[in-house]
Design a protein around this ligand. Structure first.
Ligand code: SAM
Length: 330
């Protein structure tokens, strides 16, 4: 039972866990937004000890890849110490982190020293005024400095995630794509998903990956597919002569559920087999009961066994996830 790999009911093996280390965030993005704080917050979220214990169990089930996310993972104190501890677990081959970059300029070095090798930074606009409108904070220059710091310390690759929203930032598609001409950045355009602040999402705000690629090709030159490199869920391309990469993540128009190998752990310790489904399993309760690791194994297996074959959302979807992205971890 313990050593058998984690396989779901659709013959997919789970080898990748995304862990939200906090649902707090130092930005207030209009479409994502962090929840308000509660007084017993530290009790509610998994401790680093609990996260490490959980990952040790998952490694025994075949998980070899961890991504830390949030909320904003860099607002949690001593996040580098968690990375060091995860890095020490035999069987973990890849640790990555998704951040808004606000605190990255200072933390890039300690994160690299702790064993982090690659990083994703979210940035939806290249315009300072618009950044403030979208995020509620005037931190654009900090994020740009964070991206520079990430490149300077040698994270490879440095991926920039852009959620493309029609009428909000889709006029910047070409400016973002052009960044790849002279820098090794991977610019990844993400289709806007019906998750989070549901009042801001509507199907007509989704720009599909195909539409993005057509616009870039028409204006900046023919995009060449990059097949030899794995872009995770992103399909990768490059512009002629460019050092960077352009990726599209088409969760809405052309989902990649058939190859999904991941599970998510929310900051409050719930296992979510699928980002876009509200099914959750309470791991925190089992972890805190301090029982047999087999109980954790059993719950994880039960969760994975029931992982749905596809998320079932589309641009015409009525169904939306009720959880905020900041509480699940993007
Ligand atoms: N604070 C970190 C950050 O900003 O990268 C990690 C958490 S954030 C929730 C992770 C990613 O989810 C960000 O790139 C964010 O833009 C994305 N995201 C949030 N809501 C989304 C939505 N409705 N559709 C697509 N991506 C979304």
């Amino acid at each position: 039972m313990f050593k058998l790999p984690l396989q779901d009911g659709h013959n997919r093996l789970v080898s990748y866990v995304r862990i939200s280390v906090t649902d707090r965030c130092n930005l207030r993005c209009s479409y994502c937004s962090a929840p308000s704080f509660s007084s017993n917050y530290r009790e509610q979220i998994l401790s680093y000890e609990e996260i490490v214990r959980l990952v040790r169990v998952l490694v025994n089930l075949g998980v070899d890849k961890v991504r830390l996310t949030g909320g904003e993972p860099l607002v949690r104190r001593h996040i580098d110490s968690l990375i060091t501890r995860l890095n020490d677990i035999v069987g973990i081959n890849d640790i990555s982190l998704t951040t808004n970059g606000v605190l990255l300029e200072k933390l890039a070095d300690p994160l690299r020293d702790a064993g982090l090798r690659r990083i994703n930074i979210s940035l939806d606009t290249l315009d300072r005024k618009r950044f403030k409108e979208i995020t509620g904070r005037d931190y654009f220059t900090r994020v740009r400095a964070g991206i520079e710091a990430a490149l300077a310390v040698g994270f490879d690759p440095v991926k920039v995630n852009v959620v493309v929203m029609r009428g909000v930032n889709d006029d910047e598609l070409l400016d973002f794509a052009a960044l790849t001409l002279n820098s090794p950045l991977h610019i990844r355009f993400i289709e806007y998903m019906p998750i989070g602040v549901s009042s801001t999402w509507s199907g007509d705000k989704v720009v599909t990956g195909a539409q993005m690629l057509a616009r870039i090709s028409e204006n900046l030159g023919k995009l060449e597919p990059v097949v030899a490199e794995s872009g995770g869920p992103a399909r990768l391309y490059h512009l002629p002569g460019a050092s960077g990469r352009i990726g599209v993540i088409t969760a809405m128009s052309n989902h990649f559920c058939a190859t999904c190998n991941r599970i998510r752990i929310t900051a409050d310790g719930r296992l979510r087999p699928c980002l876009l489904s509200d099914d959750e399993f309470d791991l925190k309760k089992v972890l805190r009961a301090d029982g047999d690791p087999l109980e954790i194994v059993e719950l994880v297996r039960q969760a994975v066994a029931g992982k749905s074959s596809e998320h079932g959302m589309s641009c015409n979807a009525e169904r939306k996830c009720t959880r905020l992205m900041s509480t699940i971890g993007g």
